[in-house]
Structure formats: C-alpha cells, structure tokens
Design a protein around this ligand. Sequence first.
Ligand code: MGD
Ligand code: MGD
Ligand code: SF4
Ligand code: MO
Length: 762
Amino acid sequence: MTEENINNNETKIINTACCHDCGGRCVLKAHVKNGRIIRFETDHDEEPQLRACLRGRAYRQRVYSDDRLKYPMRRTGERGEGKFERISWEEALDSVAEKLKLIKEKYDNSSILFVAGSGNQGMLHGVTSVGLMLNQFGGYTRMWGAPSYEGALFASMATYGTIMSGNSREDLLNSKLIIMWGWNPASTIWDPGTPLILSKAREKGVKIVAVDPIFTDSAAVLASEWIPIRPNTDTAMLIAMAYVIIKENLLDRDFIEKYTIGFDEYESYVMGKEDGVEKTPQWAESITNVPSKLIENLAREYATKKPAALIAGWGPARTMFGEQFARAAAVLTAITGNIGINGGYASGFMRAYYSRETIIPGKKKQEHADGAKIEKPKIKKLRPQDNPVDFNALPRKNTLFKLRGGTNPAKTRIHYNDYYDAILQGREGGFPADIKLAYIVASNRLNQYGNLNKGIKALKALDFVIVQDQFMTPTAKFADIVLPVNTFMERNDIAVPWLGSPYYLYLNKAIEPLYESKSDLEISKELAKRLGIKGGLLDMEEEQILKMLAAPRKDIKNFNKMKRDGYYKVKVDEPFIAFKKQVEDPEKYEFPTSSGKIEIYCEALAEMENPLIPPIPKYLSHDENYDSPKTSKYPLQLITPHNKRRTHSSLNMPWLEEVEAHEAWISTVDATSREINNGDLIDVFNDRGRIRIPAKVTERIMPGVICVYQGAWYNPTENGVDRGGCANVLTNDGYSPGGAFPMNSSLVQVELHSKKREDANK
Ligand SMILES: Nc1nc2c(c(=O)[nH]1)N[C@H]1C(S)=C(S)[C@@H](COP(=O)(O)OP(=O)(O)OC[C@H]3O[C@@H](n4cnc5c(=O)[nH]c(N)nc54)[C@H](O)[C@@H]3O)O[C@H]1N2
Ligand SMILES: Nc1nc2c(c(=O)[nH]1)N[C@H]1C(S)=C(S)[C@@H](COP(=O)(O)OP(=O)(O)OC[C@H]3O[C@@H](n4cnc5c(=O)[nH]c(N)nc54)[C@H](O)[C@@H]3O)O[C@H]1N2
Ligand code: SF4
Ligand SMILES: [Mo]
C-alpha cells in the first residue's frame, strides 16, 4: 500500500488483480476503508484494457463469505460426513507433519499423492510452495494430464512439435472468416479482450460461424451462422470438409508441398482409398447430423475466403478421442495454407507467446536436428524444482517424449482420471505406487473429475487426507485435517496471463488475512520447519521471491511500475503470428517437429502402433457416443462445459446465481417426449450416478443432447442422489489414448422427478 494510492476520506485504492483459472487474469482495484474492501473497480486505463468479468466484480462476496474456512479443523465424524472440530494451527501442522513422516517411513515417498489444483494462478501462492516443500521432503506421486486441454496439447505437439500455435487475438481483425468451433469466448473466457476483438471483427463485416451443440452466447451475439453438431462427431465433419476441398481442388498445394509431410496418406484415407469409405459430406451428415450442403458450403468458404481463422476450442477435445478432433482441425488449417499468415490461424493448442522471444517456436534448423534421437529425458543433477520420485524415470507408453515438450512423460506419474483406480488398486493393479495419503491443495478434486461416486470410495480408502482451501468444498468434507487459506486480497503475488498475452499483473495485498487463514507459502514454511527442510524458496520472504520470479522475464522493464499500477502491459509492435518465421523463411527456420515440417502424418504416432492413435487424424467412435448400443438405455449425450457464472467450482457467489440459475439444458423435443416442462425437477442419470436438477427447456440446445454446466457443488441426499447438480457424478473417469478427458462423452437418461422444486430431497 503506497502513499500515492490514498484517495480521499481514508479510502485507499489498492491495485491488485483476480487470477483464478478462468481464462482471464484481470485488473481489480480494491477500495479499502477501515481495513475492509468496500468496492471494486477494474481497468479503465490504456488499451488493451484488462477488464474484470462479472465474477471478479462480485469478488467481495467471496472474500467476505461467511462460508470461508476460518480456522484449522480436524475430522470428528466418518470421513466425508463433514463433521469437524476447531483446532489450533500448532496442532494441525504438527499432525500433518507427523503423518507425512510416518507414511514416508512406513512406505515410501511415492505413497504421498500431491493433488495440485488450479484454484490460484499467481506465480507464488497456491500449489507452488507445497510442491517445492514436498520435493525437498523426498518427493511424491504426481499426476499427468490436464483436464483443460490434454487432447489439444497432444495434437499440437504431434502436428507442430510445439504448443505455441496461437496468434495475437487482435489479428482476428485481419481474417475474412472466423469459425468458432466448440468455442464460446463470450462466456467461457479466453483472455479478457477476446469478446471485444470478436465484436470489432463482426462490426467490420467479418463472417463468424459457430459450430456447437448449443446456441451459445457467442453464437447469439457474435456469429451470423450457428451450425449445431452432434457432440463427439466433429472430427467427421472436419474430415468431410477436407474431402470437399480435395475434390474441388481448393487446396493450397504450394503450402502443402513446402511445409507439410504426409498429405498423401491423409488424402488416401479421406478419399476412401485406404479403407474403402469415401469421407463425403453425406457420410459426415449421417454421423454429425449436419446437413451435407452446410458442410460443403463451409468447406468451400473456409478454403476460398483466405485468410480464415478456424479456432478449435477445447470443449470438443474434452472427449473420448479429443486429440483426433484437434489434429483434424490443425490439418485443415494446413491444407488450406492458413498457417503463419495474418488473419489465418494454426489451431492446435493456441498458446501465443508475444514477448518471450526465447520460447517462440522457430529454432534454426540445426538446433533441433537431433531432436528425434533422444531416448529418455536427461536431467543431470537433481534441482529443488525436480521431484525425486519422477527423477530420471523412464517414459510411459504413448507419450510424445521424443518431441521434448508437452506433458511430463515419467512412468511414475498417474493420469488424473486414473487417480481413483490407483488408490483402490495400487501396485497390484499395475499402478506405479501404493497411495496412502493425499495432500489436496487448491483443488475441488472430487467435484471436478470424472466418476464422483468412485472418487468417494477412493477417498475413503486412504489413510490420511489433507485439504488446503478457502472453503468447505465437497472435497474438503473428506479431509482429516482442513487448513484454511487466504485469498488474493490478503497477500502479494505476480500473475502471468493464461495464454501468453503481453502483460503481467502484480497483486498488491489489500487487506489483512481474515480469521486465522494463512497463505499456502506460510503453511509450507511452517511444515518445512517441522520436516527438517531448509534452504531454497521456503527460507525467503514474499517480496524477495516475487522479485526473483520476475527477474527472468526480461520484458518487465520496470518492476516498481508494475507493483505500483498492479499491471504491466508490454508494448508489442505487431501481432504475434505463430509460425510466421517458418512460413516466411523456410530455408532458415523449420517447424520444431522431428521432420521439420507440419506433420499431417506423424511418425512418432506411427511408432506407437496403436490403431486408436493413428498417424493421420481419423474419426473414431466410442462406447458412449450417439451410435453406441448403450443408447438403448441412455439415449442422451451429456456435455458439461464451462459457463459465465463461475470458474469451475469456485466463485459460486449469490449475485452470480441471479445471473444464471444452475439448470440442465434440454431441448424442447426431448423434454416434450418425457412430459417435462420448463422448471420441473428432473433426474439425470446413468450407471455412475444420479443428479436432481431443474430443467431449462430450450431451443438453444440440439435434440439428443443435454447440458449440465460443470462446477456446481455435489450435495447428496441420504440415498446418494445429488441435489447439487454436479456434472461429474455422471462423467466418465477414463481417458483417451492421448490423455484427453472425456468430460463431454457421457450417455445419460432423463426422467421427471417432480413438478415442485421443494421435492428435491424426496
Ligand atoms: N467463465 C468461465 N471461463 C472459463 C472457465 C470457467 O470455468 N468459467 N474456465 C477456463 C478454463 S480452466 C478452461 S480449460 C477453458 C475451457 O475452454 P473451452 O474448453 O473452450 O470451454 P467449454 O465451455 O468447456 O467448451 C466450449 C464449447 O464447446 C462446446 N462443446 C462441448 N462438446 C462439444 C463437442 O463435442 N463438439 C462441439 N462442436 N462443441 C462441443 C460447448 O457447448 C461449449 O460451448 O475456459 C476457461 N474460461
Ligand atoms: N465435467 C467437467 N468437469 C471439469 C471440466 C469440464 O469441462 N467438465 N473442466 C475441467 C477443467 S478445464 C479444470 S481446469 C478443472 C478445475 O478444477 P479445480 O482445479 O478443482 O478448480 P476449482 O473447482 O475452481 O477448485 C479450486 C479450489 O481452489 C481453492 N482456492 C482458490 N485459491 C486458492 C489458494 O490460493 N490456495 C488454495 N490452497 N486454494 C485455493 C478454491 O476455493 C477451490 O475450492 O475442472 C475440470 N472439471
Ligand atoms: S474470474 Fe477470471 S475473467 Fe473474471 S475477473 Fe477473475 S480473472 Fe478475470
Ligand atoms: Mo481448465
């Protein structure tokens, strides 16, 4: 808090920020009077403004919520029953340290599972310090796979050899056509400025098309055409678009020749030479439910209205063969030559690094000439940031470790969706560890991952569970010890934006920590003392660490300015375009893949010899798709996207309940056939569980599909029916061969429960 921030009447304005894992990272200016935040403003300074969304504006309801965890607690009832007693910090920390030591001695470090969630996206607070502390304690079992994007990441690595495949958002103004494919940035935030740029594009006359089972807010406000598509079938439509483009010779042959490998193999599959099935628009219509005429038109438009941006969201990649969707989209951008040019878009993972020149893909040819020869990850000396349990571990099956990047390939890691089976089955079941203790930080794990009811069994099977959070979440109810953490407003931090936009945020502490809450850093320091750990970050003070974290970021030219203003916007001369160097100067720069080209046919995938990860993108169906025999029992496809009223399971504040009630979206057709009216209480169920939720009967969702937005809190009746409407009671805890989470790949049935909302408990 600096003097110049003092306004009038003792109201100080503290420049801070919101940095939840919500696609944003935005400026908040806290008006503080008598030690209390009385109001928030956001960025109204120079463009591009980093304006907070409705959730950030409502943040006071989170900070001052009466439901905040106020002091450490110990379980008194059965695990999961939610009965706790207040204890002192001394008792809580002693008991956590004692358990950690005991488990380490009795078993080994791999029996400690660290569940690191996404609750805080500051560089310092949240999970960072706990991970470092556990590394120094000898390590822990760690997960691999990110529910957000694992399919897209895998595809981006296979095709481009990098995840840096996104362009600056403002470059969309140079496009002639923008396809929002399973992308809804008007409510699912992808950088604070995205909706503004898309609005400008629309105003400029750029045609915008939305391909989504839902008529989303983005489709309604930004698009001029909505193409409803059956979930999990997008790959078929993308392949049929390639068919039209090949058949009508609308390809960019020059581009294909110069920058890609494997087009012939793809052509052979698409045109039916490989398997006797021509992937015509009629073929795709029968799979996707999109009229073949529409597929043809979109294909022609995309190939001829150059430059065009096909933006493949992560929702359709959060499916059972999610990586095929992201690969097929990337390949379509390649065969039309929409890569490396203004107004185009390479699709893929979509991270765009504007300012960190060192990370921008585009190494000189010789520099990665030996990339493909590396047989295992080589780390010479154990560093504090290395986890001894993972150290020098051999790679798992089906990883792209040879491409040096993407997900950590260590065999010691367990996929996030395997977590429950790993606990229940251990080494005997083929998992790399026997898990005894879970240390859960900034994660509402139980609520946010597939197959919640299996999760309950797994959490009950553990010896000890520690949860470090701000609220008594459904996961925290399963803890033996709950440790209360403070919020962004109660500590200092630095944040970098979600997908690499050119700015930084400095979160100045606005108020003192409420109740007995502490920061994750303080907790880690206290535990380190008890575990006999010394040195490194845990011996340093907050400000010292923040300076150290900022130091390698050479584009922060003025640390003090960033701290004073709460943000630092980096000036960039021109929009960043992924792969511009490779396209403009192929003699000097190659793509960071093994072949140096965009891999339509990926050799690393071919080597896996797994028909479910073919070397070229293919449409594959699965046993919870529209054509599965299971549809006779469970005929509706459930999708569970993100929405504007919360960030995952966080920010469920009362004001936001007014913005949008938590309801299951069901089409008029499916509701009528079940005699369901708008507002009726319905049960959505499958073999994994049952949720009870009001129906929103709407034309905004296509027939055959039901949508339950993720993030509502699990709240069971005595019979185990979830009145909270948590989507993950119904979702699958499997994963695709490339690691994608099938959160939009579940079959369900729906029935009327009652016309009266108050009957939820019956
Ligand atoms: N408001 C808000 N914004 C957020 C977040 C949040 O929780 N709230 N979370 C942030 C995080 S961590 C992430 S990872 C990103 C996620 O970003 P995305 O994955 O892009 O977001 P989703 O909303 O899950 O999905 C986008 C769209 O995909 C559609 N969809 C689902 N399945 C299919 C399918 O099979 N085919 C097609 N064509 N469309 C499909 C959905 O209807 C939805 O409109 O969002 C970030 N932004
Ligand atoms: N069905 C379905 N499920 C999904 C998705 C989907 O599309 N469909 N999306 C998935 C995606 S993309 C993601 S990223 C995950 C997110 O899942 P999680 O990572 O579990 O995110 P949240 O649910 O927001 O839970 C974060 C928790 O961190 C706490 N927290 C906030 N700040 C701090 C802090 O500073 N310290 C500590 N210790 N705790 C803090 C919050 O109170 C909250 O309880 O959900 C996934 N789950
Ligand atoms: S919730 Fe996300 S988008 Fe909203 S203000 Fe916070 S960081 Fe920004
Ligand atoms: Mo995410």
